[in-house]
Design a binder for this molecule. Structure first.
Ligand code: NAP
Length: 490
């Protein structure tokens, strides 16, 4: 990948805040740097929003609300569709930028652009399909009219691990529903959102409808927006810990909230599973996005009779991985997002080994610039090890075993999280029992990746509230009104 191409692209990324349809510097002129995790070098300085800028962005969203909420759904749909087309055209730029600021291999970034763009297409289709009801009440004394209305100005907070898709998964349904918004990208990966915002402007999104604030002071800036009585909806994707804080801030205003939080996915392999497919699924469920996905398989729970063979085959696959900068040919594992992430992965691995786990491959930080951790496989992980309780968020496979179905269910559900579970079995009835018994909002039955814009994505328990995508996704941004009128024949 040529350095010229990268610097030309970085030069084209806006470096300001986007408020009321204008790019502007932060009040007071503050900036912060965005780092390439594969080198540790700052690649661009961008405006650093203050509390005042955050409130100005909400002012703009409130001002644009009346007009955008009354814009015909078909028109909103056409703008979203145009945004889909533009994103498809600009795929290479967006993918490269994501790899630069987040680290994932270029092929995976391209995959995220396709996935992220599909939310624009899906919600362009949903926009015109919001419907109400009309009918006589059971007593026959009146008519009941049920209508759907946009919820109002929204605040959308996104994480760094999927810089594009987590933004489009919120922005697209909000636009489709007729809401205006303030978007706050993660401070480690704001550039993708900035480039995407420029694209939304090109697609015809009117001034003030989407406002974007990058900030190194998320806590202060967000609190001012969340506690502002004009805000009507908060949608957050990130850690459970921050989500809980934000829910408390949202409580006094009784805000509508959507929370996409942490996971601790079980990946269960029964003795009758097709082991080749289970290994393929395991590699996808674990190593997609360098393991930095809320849907990443965290605990491999494998029947004792196949655990050794499963571990052997996964280790063989992992040995063939190539780690490096995501722009290099053939790289499958990029850097982790920062030093803290490397430390966390390393701590969890060391704790598991101290508790008796077998280290089959990896298990070390890489001695090179950037924040790299070797792809790792641990087997015979003892219950009680931290790695089975905490979200790893790195390229580490932790294998433990079970003897019967009840045992597998007990281990899988023994977590406060409930985002997704994966099950490999050839027995249809057993698969159906697992659908009913696993305490998760999503499940992959003989597949290792479940995300799809047409499906309701979201978790149970501490993994969250609400759903993104699918027919459900737009309803997170709509509110219902019931009206009663007298019997027109009376
Ligand atoms: P995070 O630290 O919670 O940050 C997420 C977002 O919240 C960032 O934009 C961050 O801004 C902001 N933030 C942090 N502290 C805040 C505060 N006090 N007030 C307001 N905003 C605040 O999470 P992360 O490390 O970026 O993301 C990883 C987590 O996200 C994992 O737990 C993962 O499972 C979860 N996740 C869940 C889903 C899902 O759909 N369920 C999808 C992807 C990721 P700064 O960058 O400025 O700190």
């Amino acid at each position: 990948m040529s350095e010229n191409r990268e610097s030309d692209l970085l030069g084209r990324v806006p470096d300001g805040l986007y408020i009321g349809g204008e790019w502007r510097p932060a009040t007071g002129g503050g900036t912060f740097g965005v780092t390439d995790p594969s080198t540790g070098e700052v690649v661009k300085e961008i405006a650093d929003a203050s509390v005042e800028d955050g409130v100005a962005a909400l002012d703009a969203a409130c001002e644009a609300y009346e007009s955008w909420s009354r814009t015909p759904a078909r028109r909103r749909a056409e703008i979203l569709r145009r945004a889909f087309d533009l994103l498809t055209e600009r795929k290479d730029d967006v993918a490269l930028l994501m790899t630069i600021e987040m680290g994932k291999p270029l092929g995976e970034s391209a995959g995220e652009v396709t996935y992220g763009a599909e939310f624009l297409r899906w919600f362009s289709e949903e926009a015109a399909h919001v419907q109400g009801r009309y009918g006589a009440n059971p007593e026959g004394t009146g008519r009941m009219i049920v209508t759907q209305h946009p919820v109002g100005p929204c605040y959308l907070i996104t994480p760094w691990n999927f810089p594009l898709a987590m933004a489009t998964r919120k922005i697209a349904p909000a636009l489709a529903a007729g809401c205006t918004m303030v978007v706050k990208p993660a401070s480690q990966t704001p550039l993708t959102t900035l480039l995407f915002t420029q694209l939304l402007e090109d697609a015809g999104v009117p001034a003030g409808v989407v406002n974007v604030i990058n900030t190194s002071a998320s806590g202060k800036v967000s609190e001012a927006i969340i506690t502002d009585p004009r805000l009507r909806k908060l949608s957050f994707t990130g850690s459970t810990e921050v989500g809980q804080k934000l829910l408390a801030q949202a409580a006094p205003g009784v805000l509508r909230t959507s929370m996409e939080l942490g996971g601790n996915a079980p990946f269960i392999v029964f003795d009758d599973a097709d082991l080749d497919k289970a290994v393929d699924g395991a590699i996808a469920a674990k190593f997609r996005n360098i393991g930095e996905a809320c849907t990443a398989a965290n605990r491999f729970i494998v029947h004792t009779s196949v655990a050794e063979e499963f571990a052997r085959r996964v280790t063989e696959r992992v040995r063939a991985f190539r780690t490096g900068r995501g722009t290099e040919e053939g790289v499958t594992i990029g850097p982790l997002i920062d030093e803290r992430a490397v430390e966390k992965a390393d701590e969890l691995v060391r704790d598991a080994v101290a508790n008796g786990a077998t280290l089959r491959v990896g298990g070390e930080k890489l001695d090179r610039p950037g924040t790299f951790y070797a792809a790792t496989v641990l087997s015979d992980v003892a219950s009680g090890s931290r790695i089975l309780r905490e979200e790893i968020f790195g390229p580490v496979v932790a294998i433990t075993s079970f003897t019967d179905e009840d045992d597998a269910v007990r281990i899988a559900n023994d977590t406060e999280f409930g985002l997704v579970g994966y099950v490999y079995t050839r027995d249809l009835a057993r698969g159906q029992r697992m659908i009913e018994r696993l305490e998760t909002g999503m499940m992959g039955l003989n597949v290792g990746v479940v995300s799809n814009p047409a499906a309701p994505f979201g978790g149970w328990k501490l993994s969250g509230l609400g759903r993104e995508g699918g027919a459900e996704g737009i309803h997170e941004y709509l509110q219902t009104k019931y009206t009663l009128t007298p019997d027109p024949f009376a």
